[in-house]
Design a protein around this ligand. Structure first.
Ligand code: ARG
Length: 464
C-alpha cells in the first residue's frame, strides 16, 4: 500500500494543513473496501451512462470514462493498481486514477454524486452478489443432506430429549430436520435480498442533486429492483446489512447445532458416525486421537458472526441522519460474515455426504434406553387403559428393566403381564424398534415411508 502523503486528495480545497499521517491511516478504508472494486466500477459506468443520457456530459466524455474505468478494472485484476492510503478509500483511488489516465474528463464522473450514495450502492451490489453465492452454497449442502437422508431413510437411531434416549427415530428423519432449518435460512436470505437490491444512487451526499438525473435509468443499468425513496434514508441506513447478518447468525446457529451433534456422534462414547480422515485432524501428543475439527470450528465461528451482528446493531443505534463516518465500520463485520458463511457452507457441503453412518451402533444405542416405552403405553391405551394409568404401568415395567438391566423387549410375556393383565403376546410387535418408527406414519413423522415422501417434496422445492 502506497503511504506517500504528497498525493493530491480531491477534497483539500478548504484545508490549509496536511492530514496527520496517523489520522490518514486511521480514517482510511481502502485496505478493506477495495474488494468492492467491481461493483464500484459498474456503478460508475452506469452513472456515466446516465449523465450522458440526460445531457450532463457528452457521449464522447462518457465513452472515455467507460474505457478508462474498464482499463482500471483490468489493472486491479492484474494486481497492478497503485492503491494509496492517502486517497482514503476505493472510490477516491479509482477516481484519481481515472483522471490520471484520461485527463480532465475523469473529473466529471463525480457530477451529481457523492461518496455517500456511491458507497451505499457499492455495498448493496456487493452483498446482492454474495447472497446469491451463499444461496448456491446452501443449496449444495441441502442436496448433500438429501443424499444422506435417502440412503438412511430406514436407519434406526435413538431420538433424544434432554440428550437422553427418548423414542426411536430414523437417521433420514434427523437429516431432514437439518434440511428444514436450512430451508428457512435460504428463504430468509432470498427475502433479505429483495430489500438489499434497492438503489441509493441519486441521493448524492444526503439531499439529492440539482442535476436532471434519471434514477430509473441507472437502476435498470445496474439490475436494481427498486430505487430508494428517501435520500436521507438511502445514504444513512445500514439495516439491510444488519438484516443479512441476522440471517447469517441464524444460519450459523443452525450449523453450530448440527456441529454439536456431529461432535457428539463421532466421539467414542456415541460412536454413531465416522466423519472421514480428510475432515479430521490428529493430536500432536495423543496418538489415538482423531478430532472433529471441522464441526468444532464451525461451531466456534458462530461466535464471530453473532459478534458482527451486535457490532452492526450498535454501529447504527445512535447515528443521527444522514451519513456519518461511523458507517465506514459496516464493512469489516459484513465482509467477515460473508467469508465465514461461505467457508462454513463449503466445508459442510463437502463433509456431509462423506460421513459414514454406523448403522449397527445406532441400532444398538436405540435398543438401550427403553425407547419403545411410549409405544407400550399406547398399546395399553388401545387395550382400554386411560393414558395416565398406562403411563404408570409402563413406568413400573421400566423400573424393573433398569433393576435387571434389560430392555422391555427382553422381558417374557409372563413378566410383562405382572404389570397389566391386558398385555398379550402381540405386545412384542410394538416393542420392536421397526414397529415403533413405522407407526409414526403421518406428514412430518419419522416412518421410513414418510421420510421418503418428505425427501420427494424437498427435491421439488429445490428445483421449483
Ligand atoms: N469510505 C467511506 C465509507 O466507507 C465512503 C463514504 C465517505 N463519505 C464521506 N463523506 N466521508 O463509508
Amino acid at each position: 500500500m502506497n503511504k506517500q502523503t504528497d498525493i493530491e486528495k480531491p477534497w483539500t480545497g478548504r484545508f490549509t494543513e496536511p492530514t496527520d499521517a496517523f489520522v490518514e491511516a486511521f480514517t482510511a478504508s481502502v485496505q478493506f473496501d477495495q474488494r468492492m472494486f467491481r461493483q464500484d466500477i459498474a456503478g460508475s459506468i452506469a452513472h456515466a451512462k446516465m449523465l450522458a443520457h440526460v445531457g450532463v456530459i457528452t457521449g464522447q466524455e462518457r465513452d472515455a470514462i467507460i474505457k478508462g474505468l474498464e482499463e482500471i478494472r483490468a489493472e486491479i485484476e492484474r494486481g497492478e493498481f497503485p492503491w494509496s492510503i492517502a486517497l482514503e478509500d476505493l472510490h477516491m483511488n479509482i477516481e484519481a486514477r481515472l483522471t490520471e489516465r484520461i485527463g480532465v474528463t475523469g473529473k466529471k464522473l463525480h457530477t451529481g454524486r457523492s461518496r455517500n450514495d456511491q458507497v451505499a450502492t457499492d455495498i448493496r451490489l456487493y452483498l446482492r452478489d454474495e447472497i446469491d453465492a451463499i444461496c448456491t452454497g446452501l443449496r449444495r449442502l441441502q442436496r448433500g443432506l438429501l443424499t444422506v437422508a435417502e440412503r438412511e431413510a430406514a436407519t434406526i437411531m435413538p431420538g433424544f430429549t434432554h440428550l437422553q434416549t427418548a423414542q426411536p427415530v430414523t437417521f433420514g428423519h434427523h437429516m431432514m430436520s437439518w434440511f428444514e432449518m436450512l430451508e428457512r435460512d435460504y428463504q430468509r436470505l432470498r427475502d433479505c435480498r429483495r430489500r438489499v437490491n434497492v438503489m441509493p444512487l441519486g441521493a448524492a451526499a444526503l439531499a439529492g442533486t440539482g442535476y436532471p438525473i434519471d434514477r430509473e435509468f441507472t437502476a435498470r443499468e445496474l439490475g436494481f429492483d427498486g430505487i430508494a425513496e428517501n435520500s436521507l434514508d438511502a445514504v444513512s441506513d445500514r439495516d439491510f446489512a444488519i438484516e443479512f447478518t441476522a440471517a447469517a447468525a441464524l444460519l450459523m446457529t443452525h450449523l453450530s447445532r448440527c456441529s454439536e451433534e456431529l461432535v457428539l456422534w463421532s466421539s467414542s462414547q456415541f460412536d454413531f458416525i465416522d466423519l472421514g480422515d480428510s475432515f479430521c485432524t490428529g493430536s500432536s501428543i495423543m496418538p489415538q486421537k482423531k478430532n472433529p475439527d471441522v464441526p468444532e470450528l464451525v461451531r466456534g465461528k458462530t461466535g464471530r458472526v453473532n459478534g458482527h451482528l451486535i457490532a452492526l446493531l450498535t454501529l447504527m443505534k445512535a447515528q443521527p441522519l444522514a451519513y456519518n463516518k461511523d458507517n465506514q465500520e459496516d464493512k469489516e463485520p459484513l465482509f467477515d460474515t460473508i467469508d465465514t458463511l461461505k467457508g462454513c457452507l463449503k466445508v459442510y457441503a463437502d463433509m456431509i455426504p462423506n460421513m459414514r453412518v454406523k448403522r449397527d451402533m445406532l441400532l444398538e444405542a436405540a435398543r438401550r434406553g427403553f425407547s419403545t416405552a411410549t409405544d407400550l403405553a399406547d398399546y395399553l391405551v388401545r387395550k382400554g387403559l386411560p393414558f395416565r394409568d398406562a403411563h404408570e404401568v409402563v413406568g413400573k415395567a421400566v423400573r424393573a428393566g433398569v433393576d435387571s438391566g434389560r430392555d422391555l423387549s427382553e422381558m417374557s410375556l409372563a413378566e410383562l403381564r405382572r404389570f397389566s393383565d391386558v398385555i398379550t403376546k402381540d405386545v412384542f410387535q410394538v416393542l420392536t424398534l421397526e414397529g415403533a418408527v413405522a407407526a409414526r406414519s403421518h406428514i412430518g413423522g419419522t416412518a421410513p415411508d414418510q421420510v421418503k415422501a418428505a425427501i420427494g417434496r424437498a427435491k421439488k422445492r429445490l428445483t421449483g
